[in-house]
Design a protein around this ligand. Structure first.
Ligand code: KG4
Ligand code: ZN
Length: 342
């Protein structure tokens, strides 16, 4: 079964054809970061306009690379939440149009669940597992008993981990997007140079929550005090020490969750899972079996949408034309847990 996936939740326009949830026939991603760079962050209005400009071309290119035409598609899937409303609408309207004109099923997909699905392309995944979805917009710790069954255990109380990378990078003058820039700069630095706080939040219901704004402010203040004193400062050392503090916390919480929920399997997903230090940290952790997506599948892409949609289809989870875009994941209120079967 060949499913066309469409992803336009944020600032990447992507279309992908995936066969039977596993075989990626094509995956085209048009990134927009050059248009957002001068603002050091995503401008929603620019994002939706750019999606609208390139979506048809991206889908055509996706079909071309797979050597297929519209008539070969069995279903169309679209990430319809969470994300930027204007961006989501572009993908949603396109998917509905394709579904209606070809008479094929429409499958609405949760973007974060799709991120977690990305581990399936390169791993033989067993359950239960602890999942860490770490991106520019989210830092979620979930437990999963299988595809479609999740319990959210924790989330960030302030900045998402990717957001902290982006803001620190901006402050250090390293450009946008900040994650890759920090990682590259950190390679030439000493991660023990500065003792930045690991904000652990061990108490009660915060055990699986995260907080990154304290770390971000500590880095910014440290740098300011250097500049004030006119001291030589090392951007590389600051970047490396920040990266170490930001990523150590992820492993600490994943270990706790595995212990508490009696599993040794951890899945990482989302743009920040591209980070080499995180990948090394989890791969080298002997007590855990870590499932990592291939690097090209960590960023926003439509292969993860089409892959997950195959399983939704098998479970009869077909959407109707009232499918709407939604900016938020749901009622995940700070510190509260929410159980959902997607
Ligand atoms: O999943 P994603 O592509 O988009 C969202 O859904 O947010 O994640 C983007 C985030 C950005 O904050 C970016 O700085 C971060 O992922 N990121 C990284 C790395 N590559 C991307 N963070 C740390 N290290 C990286 N190598
Ligand atoms: Zn994402």
């Amino acid at each position: 079964m060949k499913i066309l996936g469409i992803e336009t939740t944020c600032d990447e326009t992507s279309a992908s054809l995936v066969e039977d949830g596993k075989k990626i026939l094509s995956n085209v991603v048009a990134t927009q970061f050059e248009f957002h760079r001068e603002y050091s962050g995503i401008v929603p209005e620019i994002a939706s306009r750019k999606h609208q400009e390139v979506i048809n071309y991206v889908i055509e290119q996706c079909l071309k690379e797979a050597h297929l035409c519209f008539e070969n598609i069995d279903a169309v899937a679209v990430a319809h939440y969470p994300g930027l409303i204007g961006s989501l609408l572009v993908g949603l309207v396109t998917a509905k149009t394709i579904s209606l004109s070809l008479g094929i099923p429409l499958i609405g997909i949760n973007h974060l669940e799709a991120h977690l699905y990305s581990i399936h392309f390169s791993n033989s995944v067993e359950y239960p597992l602890v999942g860490l979805i770490i991106s520019g917009g989210h830092t979620l710790l979930v437990t999963s008993r299988g595809i479609g069954s999740y319990e959210i255990r924790g989330s960030t109380l302030d900045d998402a981990v990717g957001e902290a990378f982006d803001k620190v990078a901006k402050h250090l003058g390293l450009g946008y997007p900040g994650g890759p820039a920090i990682e590259i700069t950190a390679r030439a630095g000493d991660e023990t140079a500065f003792e930045f706080p690991r904000v652990i939040l061990n108490a009660g219901r915060d055990r699986y929550n995260f907080s990154y704004s304290g770390l971000k402010n500590a880095v910014i203040n440290q740098r300011k005090s250097f500049l004030r004193k006119g001291e030589e400062n090392s951007t590389q050392n600051i970047a490396a020490s920040f990266q170490a503090a930001a990523t150590d916390v992820l492993l600490i919480k994943a270990r706790w969750a595995c212990e508490d929920f009696k599993t040794d399997r951890v899945a990482l997903a989302g743009g920040v899972a591209n980070n080499e230090r995180i990948r090394r940290l989890f791969s080298e952790e002997k007590s855990l079996i870590s499932y990592l997506p291939e690097k090209f599948l960590t960023q926003d892409n439509a292969a993860m949408v089409a892959g997950l949609a195959y399983h939704k289809y098998l479970h009869g989870e077909i959407s109707n034309f009232s499918l709407k875009p939604r900016s938020r994941l749901g009622s995940i209120v700070k510190g509260k847990r929410k159980k959902y079967e997607s």
